[in-house]
Design a protein around this ligand. Structure first.
Ligand SMILES: C[S@@+](CC[C@H](N)C(=O)[O-])C[C@H]1O[C@@H](n2cnc3c(N)ncnc32)[C@H](O)[C@@H]1O
Length: 482
């Protein structure tokens, strides 16, 4: 009797024929999709359990070359986008590749490509909040993810509308400038577009910092983002047995050396760490959360004062210096702490006219010593008669007493006000959401959301306590006694 080959078997044969070596199994892991599992007993001794050669990795340079040589329709798309001034970022190139290979190729009537076994093994459905129905989305009410998901959804919708006419050229019908080709059907739907974005973010590896920090790595494409077939079966764990490493030949999966003499038993799942990611980020990008996740964080838009006359200039200044208009608090041993970038964002947000704050148009004279020598800096920030041209100058100016104490006081008050507000908003929605959750089906997504909500609640309580303490420590003693 003829046996059917599964997509996994086809993929594994393809990987092996193309130089992937491994001493590890790939199998379904409950609630995680595919994952790695140890074959036999294994020592935790820095041994290599899988190797993926460079020629199997996907990055912008590789996709660009592939499109030119083997995928004329994809190349046409890239050229048309460039001609019309649409920026081809690494992310967009890889998303276009995934969409073309999974959906566009057959719509064009083209033969399957070399990459088919890889694209076929990618998950067909994703479970991130972008794919939630209205009920599940409502379960995010009151959380900081709610606005992030709405904003991302709107951004993807705008992007999709830009790319849609180009995708609609992926057709066996002759090219036309009319958008209403293919009998009014889109070749790539919005859901498929967000699938491409979701697959990209949940599987991509960033090589940038590794290439920069390892002078032994030579002759590697300069691209940051890479899709690494086979290695991207690795799931995330807080206690990973393995890590990945770059070499001049490819990528290795290594069983991390441990002081523990205990070997890894057969059939143990071998995970890597995706980094110190809080549940909010795991849910946003990957659609899951972890019960015992020690990493907590919360982000909210920079809170400018109501009727701040300088709001626009502050925003422009921050943008110019690459400061995101977002405040991120993370859990650190001593309390809830602002990231360095967020501290600067907060300083700018609480600076007032009475501190000597002014914004001036950039003159030629001030441009000469601008840190990035970029003549387009639209505004200079001034404190008193000091022009702040660099972020180091900003640090120095703010850290000078007496301004430093006053700014610290305002930052603490503003953060406290915001975390209190976020906590009370989360409290208000909790009851209603919990009711909704009880009446909902026993979905895995609901379990993940519940874990995230509880996590965010605890972290906000912790941040409120911590910033209340910080505020009290800045108050004169008699005031606290009252
Ligand atoms: C790089 S892929 C790993 C391979 C993936 N499981 C698959 O089926 O192809 C990352 C995705 O795996 C899933 N995943 C990874 N770690 C997980 C975990 N600890 N719990 C649940 N799902 C996980 C998530 O869907 C995530 O977006």
């Amino acid at each position: 009797m003829a046996t059917m080959t599964t997509p996994l078997q086809t993929f594994l044969s393809w990987a092996q024929e193309n130089g992937v070596m491994s001493n590890i199994k790939v199998q379904k892991i409950p609630d995680k999709g595919w994952g790695f599992v140890s074959k036999g007993q294994a020592a935790r001794d820095n041994s290599i359990v899988a190797y993926i050669p460079f020629h199997l990795l996907l990055n912008t340079t590789k996709v660009g070359k592939y499109a030119k040589e083997k995928a004329p329709k994809l190349e046409e798309t890239f050229q048309a986008l460039l001609k019309n001034g649409v920026s081809l970022t690494e992310r967009i190139v890889l998303i276009c590749f995934l969409l073309y290979e999974r959906f566009g190729r057959s719509a064009c009537g083209d033969e399957p490509s070399f990459w088919k076994p890889y694209v076929d093994i990618l998950p067909h459905t994703l479970h991130t909040p972008l794919f939630y129905d209205n009920t599940l989305r409502a379960c995010l009410d009151g959380t900081s993810l709610k606005s992030a998901v709405d904003a991302k959804s709107n951004k993807l919708r705008r992007e999709y509308n830009t790319f849609r006419p180009y995708f609609n050229q992926w057709s066996a019908q002759p090219s036309t400038t009319d958008n209403n080709v293919n009998d009014g059907h889109d070749i790539i739907t919005f859901d498929q577009f967000i699938w491409g974005d979701g697959v990209f973010w949940s599987r991509v590896l960033s090589f940038g910092s590794r290439i920069a920090s390892d002078s032994n790595l030579v002759g590697i494409d300069p691209d940051d983002y890479h899709l690494v077939p086979f290695l991207d079966f690795a799931n995330h764990s807080l206690r990973p047995y393995a890590r990945w490493e770059l070499t001049n030949e490819g990528v290795e999966l290594i069983l991390t050396k441990s002081d523990s003499p205990e070997p890894i038993l057969p059939d143990t799942e071998i995970c890597i760490s995706y980094g110190d990611k809080p549940n909010s980020e795991l849910l946003f990008i990957h659609g899951f959360t972890l019960n015992d996740n020690p990493w907590s964080a919360i982000s909210f838009p920079v809170p400018f004062y109501e009727n701040d006359e300088f709001e626009e200039e502050k925003f422009i200044f921050m943008q110019y210096h690459g400061i995101k208009p977002l405040v991120s608090l993370t859990r650190k041993k001593g309390g809830a702490e602002l990231t360095h970038e967020s501290t600067r964002a907060m300083w700018i947000s609480v600076l007032k006219k009475e501190d000597g704050l002014k914004f001036t148009n950039v003159t030629n004279e001030s441009n000469e010593s601008n840190e990035s020598n970029n003549e387009s800096q639209p505004v200079n920030l001034m404190i008193g008669d000091k022009i702040i041209r660099t972020l180091d100058e900003l640090d120095n100016a703010i850290n000078e007493p007496p301004l430093s104490q006053e700014i610290e006081r305002r930052v603490i008050n503003s953060i406290l006000e915001n975390v209190e507000h976020l906590l009370s908003h989360l409290k208000q929605t909790n009851e209603q959401v919990l009711k909704m959750m009880e009446s909902g089906k026993n979905l895995r997504e609901l379990e993940y959301i519940k874990i995230y909500r509880e996590d965010e609640y605890k972290f906000l309580e912790y941040a409120v306590d911590d910033f209340t303490r910080k505020r009290e420590s800045l108050m004169p003693d008699e005031y606290i006694m009252e």
